[in-house]
Design a protein around this ligand. Structure first.
Ligand SMILES: Cc1cc2nc3c(=O)[nH]c(=O)nc-3n(C[C@H](O)[C@H](O)[C@H](O)COP(=O)(O)O)c2cc1C
Length: 351
């Protein structure tokens, strides 16, 4: 399929709906309960207004930056998302190749369909490993040790899923992951449970900040805490030795009616006070969204669903097009905002 006619990330969604099995699509698209937060993530970006500066030489735009010292071609990374084989048989391997070719950072999820070693072997791009604490701590230790050995650059602890959110679409569909798409990192004795049951079975709800210290001792990898929405928790992340936080509500899939990510970004950035890098995800769909997040102090953003839709629609080529689209938009928006480098975007660029 030729993706040249796809001009915005959201155009991939209907293609994914056609390509995917209905229960799997529901798992991807859905949020928790009334999906207030899911919608708000996008709407809140739409409320923000930029303050462009004019008569600046913008003939050369450089979108590159670093994330914890790792060079990336733009401040947009691919968020950790589970079970990519539900979208496409090449799953995470296709995502890894597209991300590496474009020089963007990808995350391999604990619940990836391919193993973290297979993903690492697929392409040599920048990549971080996302961790859920397993009830058996030995499983988590093993995953982190393997990630370090396989060249992952950081461990991203997802802190906002002690238990799965109240996701009505999934409760209705009772979606069971087909055997050939199931998690590739380790064997589970969870049986034929639906996805919410599976997560409940696997993930440890007793985890606290003290376990962040434990995690830091398992490997030399920097620890990133994903799912921080308050100044208080940003402070605790710094206190417990995290290197970065991701301001995230898990794409509206966990606690419905918590804030849109962008609405609490400034609060977290202020609390981080330069001790932590701050990233954001949730509702990033446009190059201008990236600029809004940078203006509020994020170092980079992650996107989730858009690249999953692209993966379902066209495998590696689809993901490559999705990455290209946001890069083209970002490049264009930077020129029109009057900046040539991402570190020139400041609070003064936002109303
Ligand atoms: C289908 C799907 C699966 C996800 N799986 C994970 C996961 O395994 N671990 C995790 O930390 N976040 C997971 N997330 C959340 C994403 O990392 C990210 O926070 C969210 O998708 C960002 O919002 P966006 O989809 O609006 O870009 C998942 C999101 C979706 C849509």
């Amino acid at each position: 399929m030729n993706f040249d006619e796809i001009l915005r990330l959201e155009d991939f969604e209907p293609l994914a709906r056609d390509a995917m099995e209905a229960g799997a699509f529901d798992y991807y698209v859905g949020g928790a309960a009334d999906e207030v937060t899911l919608r708000d993530n996008v709407v809140a970006f739409g409320r923000r207004r930029l303050r462009p500066r004019v008569l600046v030489d913008v003939s050369r735009i450089d979108t590159s930056t670093t994330m914890l010292g790792t060079a990336v071609s733009m401040p947009v990374a691919l968020a950790p998302t589970a079970l990519h084989k539900l979208a496409h048989p090449e799953g995470e391997l296709a995502v890894a190749r597209a991300a590496a070719a474009a020089g963007v950072l990808m995350h391999a999820a604990t619940f990836s369909s391919y193993s973290l070693e297979e993903i690492a072997a697929a392409a040599k791009g920048p990549r971080w490993f996302q961790l859920y604490f397993h009830r058996d701590r030995g499983v988590s230790r093993d995953l982190v040790t393997r990630a370090a050995a396989a060249g992952y650059g950081a461990v991203v602890l997802t802190a906002d899923l002690p238990v799965p959110g109240y996701r009505e679409r999934e409760l209705r569909s009772h979606f069971v992951v087909p055997d050939d798409a199931g998690p590739g990192n380790y064997r589970s004795d969870s049986g034929d449970q639906d996805l919410l049951g599976y997560f409940t079975h696997e993930i440890d709800a007793t985890v606290t900040w003290a376990d962040v210290e434990w995690l830091r001792g398992v490997s030399d990898l920097p620890v990133v805490i994903k799912g921080v929405l308050t100044a208080e928790d940003a402070g605790l992340a710094a206190e417990h030795g995290a290197a970065a936080v991701v301001v995230s509500n898990h794409g509206g899939r966990q606690l419905d009616r918590c804030s849109a990510s962008v609405d609490v970004l400034e609060e977290v950035v202020d609390a981080a006070g330069g001790d932590l890098e701050v990233y954001l995800d949730g509702g990033v769909r446009r190059g201008t969204d990236v600029l809004v997040a940078l203006a509020l102090g994020a170092r980079a953003v992650l996107m989730g669903r858009p690249y999953l839709w692209a993966l379902a629609a066209g495998g590696e080529a689809g993901v490559a097009r999705a990455i290209e689209l946001i890069r083209v938009e970002l490049d264009n928006a930077m020129a029109l905002l009057g900046v040539t480098r991402t570190d020139q975007v400041t609070r003064a660029h936002l109303m």
